[in-house]
Design a protein around this ligand. Structure first.
Ligand SMILES: *Cc1c(COP(=O)(O)O)cnc(C)c1O
Length: 377
């Protein structure tokens, strides 16, 4: 069994993907070719925003947004303590300071009370200027944008939605990557919509920021590539990846998001009463980047993971370490207990195999083994 079976997906889509790759090779337009513009237009339409600017990866997408807003030294950027390292790394790379915010134990997303406390504390200390909230749509579930938007408005902060895992998710009928003042996603192969290498995109309704980001991704170009009006980076999406994504995006829209939701519903049905299953609050729809259960303690989690591995079932721990405990952030001196929910989750979460092409029998096998572990078979 595969944790996320990308080869199975390729085998289903093979004729179209092979054609897309060969057509790109024959076209000669390897950089910013036709497929790039076509993909950007259809991604923007799907998400429901005016502008989509593709780029080299999801980390660059976040960086481009922070650069467009001139975030730098002396600025505070609020970010969940429970996320992939890149969500915070980009803040430090721009010279700003991440302020880690605890998460909600049910949704795994930024806890709004902790966010308010963190903003207040930062203001009281007076060393940093609060500027941006980076929200993360962890494991495919949009963050609590109803509350976070209110907090952002009240405190005059911008929202940068890190939708690397959230693409395809929804909140109250609106799609992920439309909730931030700027939003981003990643096309890393294992993300909900993945390509065959690295790729990413930035989304916004703001035409001025879109133009700056379009310039920044090509060396700060002005009217053309050799007219440089600002210091930028080289961060384009390859035409080849865009061509592959156009094929995969079709399948994503037609059935993949629906099918992975069916898989998640089946997991939850079979595991309820056995372990704590993921909670999708009213009005939310997940694209299931991960299906993550929560165990009672670290010992039980680790034993279950070993047991499943012995039976050929791959699982992952996303994430084993809170951001504030990362060695790279030891100078920020967060004491133990700074983000208690994150600290607890890191010791108790376990992500199970899930993807749009998983068989019912695989889910039954995984759930059967979990029940066997708990003596409930
Ligand atoms: C994967 C990921 C990123 C980074 O995306 P890359 O394309 O790998 O650079 C950023 N944030 C989150 C939450 C992610 O999961």
């Amino acid at each position: 069994m595969q944790f996320r079976d990308l080869v199975k997906q390729y085998n289903v889509l093979k004729p179209e993907i092979d054609k897309a790759m060969i057509d790109t090779a024959a076209s000669g337009g390897y950089i910013m070719g036709k497929a790039v513009k076509e993909l950007e237009a259809s991604l923007a339409e799907y998400v429901g925003v005016k502008h989509c600017i593709s780029c080299a990866n999801g980390t660059d997408a976040l960086t481009l947004a922070l650069k467009a807003w001139n975030i730098g030294p002396g600025d505070a950027v609020f970010v969940p303590d429970f996320t992939f390292f890149a969500s915070a790394e980009v803040i430090s790379l721009e010279g700003a300071t991440p302020v880690f915010v605890d998460v909600d134990t049910d949704t795994f997303n930024m806890d709004t009370h902790s966010l308010k406390v963190a903003i207040e504390k930062t203001r009281e200390e007076g060393k940093l200027t609060p500027k941006v909230i980076i929200t993360v749509d962890l494991f495919g579930l949009p963050a609590n944008y109803v509350e976070i938007r209110k907090i952002a408005d009240k405190n005059n902060l911008l929202i940068l939605e890190d939708g690397a895992q959230g693409f395809g998710g929804e909140l109250n009928g609106k799609r992920a990557c439309s909730f931030g003042d700027i939003s981003t996603t990643s096309f890393f192969p294992a993300k909900p919509l993945g390509c065959y290498g690295d790729g990413g995109a930035v989304f916004t309704d703001n035409s001025e920021w879109a133009a700056i980001i379009d310039s920044l991704r090509v060396h700060g170009k002005g009217s053309f590539k050799y007219d440089n009006v600002r210091i930028g980076v080289n961060s384009r999406l390859d035409t080849l990846q865009a061509a592959i994504l156009l094929v995969k995006f079709d399948a994503f829209k037609k059935y993949e998001v629906a099918d992975i939701n069916k898989a998640a519903v089946l997991y939850t049905k079979k595991l309820s009463g056995v372990v704590k299953t993921p909670i999708i609050p009213e009005g939310y729809y997940s694209s299931w980047a991960q299906y993550t259960i929560t165990l009672e303690n670290r010992e039980q989690r680790d034993e279950l993971q070993t047991f499943l591995k012995e039976h050929g079932i791959p699982t992952m721990v996303y994430y084993p370490k809170p951001m504030h405990e990362q060695t790279a952030y030891k100078d920020l001196n967060y004491p133990v207990g700074s983000c208690p929910t994150t600290e607890n989750l890191c010791g108790t979460v376990l992500s199970l195999p899930i993807h749009p092409y998983i068989e019912e029998s695989d889910i039954e096998l995984v759930c059967g083994k979990i029940k066997e572990f708990f003596g409930k078979a």
